[in-house]
Design a protein around this ligand. Structure first.
Ligand code: RB5
Length: 149
């Protein structure tokens, strides 16, 4: 798969570690920045990865900020994006199986490197189950459509 990475200044080191790890797993990685610890604004990087999924440039995204929350909120503003903040592997697996999540978000100030790798494994190995879950995912799209200008 082609995996896009986006992060703010709080997560440069963890992003670099995870990009190496995901490459070693055999995936192609695309880096949307930031690559500096100078303070930046997380919505910019959440948006870049979300738009790359929308355009088909990447298959899935991994977003990291201090908590994973701000950057996921930004990505989730883009229709069709389902970004889930996960701090352990179970939810990372379930959010793909049940919510068809296309972005994993994590907090670099929340999870360590070892746990983050397990969360990434769970996210990348999981498969969307469809079936009864599709009705609910379609309802998310209905909400997006309701508020489209
Ligand atoms: C940056 O200090 C911090 O606010 C950001 O990384 C993130 O945690 C926001 O949700």
């Amino acid at each position: 798969m082609k995996i896009g990475f986006g992060n703010d200044h709080a997560a440069v080191e963890l992003k670099e570690t995870l990009m190496r790890y995901v490459s070693e797993l055999g995936h192609e990685c695309v880096d949307f920045g930031t690559n500096s610890t100078d303070s930046v604004d997380y919505p910019e990087y959440g948006l870049k990865v979300a738009e790359a999924i929308k355009s088909g440039e990447i298959d899935k995204g991994i977003l990291i900020c201090g908590t994973g929350i701000g950057i996921s909120l930004a990505a989730n503003k883009v229709p069709g994006i389902r970004a889930a903040v996960c701090s352990e592997p179970f939810t990372a697996k379930m959010t793909v199986q049940h919510n068809n999540a296309n972005i994993l978000a994590m907090g670099a100030r929340v999870v360590g490197e070892g746990l983050a790798k397990l969360i990434v494994d769970a996210f990348l190995e999981a498969t969307y189950e469809g079936g009864r879950h599709q009705i609910r995912v379609d309802m998310l799209t209905d909400i997006e459509n309701k508020y489209k200008e």
